[in-house]
Ligand binder design. Sequence first.
Ligand code: PEP
Length: 253
Amino acid sequence: MPQRIVAGNWKMNGSRDFAAAYLAALAGDVLPGSGCDVLLFPPATLLPLLATRVEELGIELGIQTVHPEPEGAFTGEIAAEMAVDAGATWTLIGHSERRQLLGESDADTALRALAARRAGLKPMLCVGETLVERQGGDAESVVTRQLDAVLDVLGEDLAAGGIAYEPVWAIGTGETASPEMAQAMHGMIRGVLRRRSARLAEMPILYGGSVKPANAAALFAEVDIDGALVGGASLDPAAFQAIIKAMETHGNP
Ligand code: PEP
């Protein structure tokens, strides 16, 4: 069975005080033994602080992106090796905010995924269509194209990480794909992976897009939804814990 994962993406939010209070709220409740892996993707500045508590809390940390190169004259960028040094074991790749706002192409995502694996990071590859693409009937072809771009470069090595299906129209908007709609896309993604290899077909496929305690259980009950990548709601430790508990109770065993 694919690993079950609930991941929080803090985006560009959080201070040292926020992180300390967050960990205090999390401690002793969800972890360990929550029945799923719990990942946090804080801003890079907070990785060293959070890294001091991960073993005790049984969580893993990720960075929100990595640069393709291991070092050099790339002002403002962070290499995968540096993220490992700061305590990350995962990285997001191709989050839609980077694709949409910063013009990251499919080819960029493949290079970043390659850099992640070179450094030993587990890539969480984000894929998803815009509203215009969905309305135009192109949702499946867009997601397949985004997957193939990375699979063509990494092959089976992508299986070290996970996939997050995040329809762009559902991110930070309060709109969520219905469980049936999300399952249909997750099933399609599983098929793309299975055609490549049995190992890839076992990858965890997370849903992301306005996941909240109120809608998590119905999503997790779907057969190909192995977890969630949570943005806004992950900033509230109580809401994040409730989503983890929904996975324990309603997720596939
Ligand atoms: C995300 O940032 O990956 C995300 C899904 O955000 P939100 O939950 O706020 O829609």
